[in-house]
Design a protein around this ligand. Sequence first.
Ligand SMILES: NC(=O)c1ccc[n+]([C@@H]2O[C@H](COP(=O)([O-])OP(=O)(O)OC[C@H]3O[C@@H](n4cnc5c(N)ncnc54)[C@H](O)[C@@H]3O)[C@@H](O)[C@H]2O)c1
Length: 318
Amino acid sequence: MISGKKILVTGGAGFIGSNMVELLHNDNEITVVDDLSNVDDRYIRSLVESGKVIFRKIDLTGKNSLEDLGRQDLVIHLAANSDVRGGSENPIKDLNSNVIGTMEVLEYMRRTDTGEIAFASSSTVYGETDVLPTPETYGPYMPISSYGASKMACEGFITAYSHYYGFKSSIFRFANIVGKNSTHGVIFDFINKLRKNPQELEILGDGTQRKSYMHVSDCVGSIIYVHEKSSRTDIFNLGNDMTTSVKKIGETVIDKMGLKDVRVNFTGGVDGRGWKGDVKIAQLGIEKLKSTGWKNSYTSDQAVEAAVEETLAQLPHS
Ligand SMILES: NC(=O)c1ccc[n+]([C@@H]2O[C@H](COP(=O)([O-])OP(=O)(O)OC[C@H]3O[C@@H](n4cnc5c(N)ncnc54)[C@H](O)[C@@H]3O)[C@@H](O)[C@H]2O)c1
């Protein structure tokens, strides 16, 4: 496990970021940068107040926004517009938040001689593939969302900067990540819909969309494990061997909330997709991840079940 390092976590107030900060803060000097555009500082507040973590409210897209943070040993770059669904309405947002934000991080690294970055990319870079599970070597990439396109551009700039300036970069293409501190996503949405109306659940698409889900503890653990083991710039899929359907997630949420006789309505969507740009079946090949020696603690179904329980446990009681 990594220790004694100065680590900058961008997006560290968010879902995956706050879990990362929790994992690393005891043994490392952690600075979190977040503009709090998606969620407030609730998930890291106690660590900041106790002086264990430094927090800076910064919008990464500002020119030289990270200027005075100084050299780090590692940047874990998680800040992004995580609203994949909003892409068709506002694709420019993905360009600004994700690509411009990443360029600012890379320029900051160059100026401060910070030599290592771990980056949160996404399965959406592949687009809709005819090879399942999809390995890292699959191509050509044809993303079907501006979010996926922006992540693809970020990956390219990261590998180019690594070549120019000798950075060690680990690019992680995430499947769907679930677990505590979630701020968005299918489980979060279903629970919130059912809290408003416990008699009915609207499911976007036809419910047959299947994706592999990874628990957030496996996600943050494997990022650190793989980055530490890796000696060069490389790309890894992060996910699970099996998939879980959206319909099954709906049933799990209903069951764990103790609800009965819930009407489930499928919107049908565009070709059964949840929204324009939604990849219907996403399953990443994780042989490369496994070859590092990493083993997930949760299967896809177990990750979903645990995440439903964790999200329910974090709800304010009303
Ligand atoms: N959750 C998933 O299933 C999933 C899947 C694939 C990839 N990812 C990627 O993982 C990373 C973390 O995602 P998450 O699910 O924790 O989302 P999140 O929205 O909870 O976290 C992202 C954080 O970045 C911050 N942020 C956004 N724009 C910023 C800016 N311009 N400057 C500073 N901070 C900014 C937000 O306030 C938020 O706290 C993102 O890069 C996301 O694209 C997530």
